[in-house]
Design a protein around this ligand. Sequence first.
Ligand code: NAD
Length: 167
Amino acid sequence: MNATRGILVGRFQPFHDGHLWVVEDIVDEVDELVLGIGSADASHEYRNPFTAGERVMMVQRTLEPLDTRVYPVPLEDIDRNSVWVSHVQSMSPRFDVAYSNNPLVVRLFQEAGVEVRETGLFDREHLKGSEIRDRMAAGEDWKPFVPAAVAEVIAEIDGVERIQAIG
Ligand code: NAD
């Protein structure tokens, strides 16, 4: 029998503990998981500081200990939402179910006939990419809100200095 494969698409700017919490729930339900690295073409801007490759490093190192196989797949944005799901399918291994809490992403997958399971939000006050980026820019404490492997990658690439320089 074929493995059940899920997909979770996010910008992961950066990959934080809320994303990890969602992934840990999803892997109880699927055999394999595609992590779509959204807005893959964007980097070096305040909302999207990290490149697709840097985000691949973050998720790969963080999720390595999981028993479930995870495939990070960079996904560039395209101009037409109505064909975005076909674009995702053209870049990804086949998947059976999409996970999201983003209303646009949920809607687009549903309209394309893909089964969608909506995920919950965990400590959204702190576990929010914009909040973590603001903390980095302000020189405040952000490490408690990301997995240790993500903090390690951000240190390697001088990520905080990058955000402070472009902010
Ligand atoms: P994100 O990194 O903000 O979030 C990824 C997922 O994690 C979402 O489902 C989100 O709800 C969830 N999440 C975030 N914080 C959480 C928390 N604290 N607890 C639990 N879950 C949490 O990414 P996003 O903005 O949802 O990414 C969608 C991507 O899809 C973007 O890159 C977007 O550009 C892309 N997209 C592109 C098109 C297009 O190109 N036309 C269309 C739709 C979406």
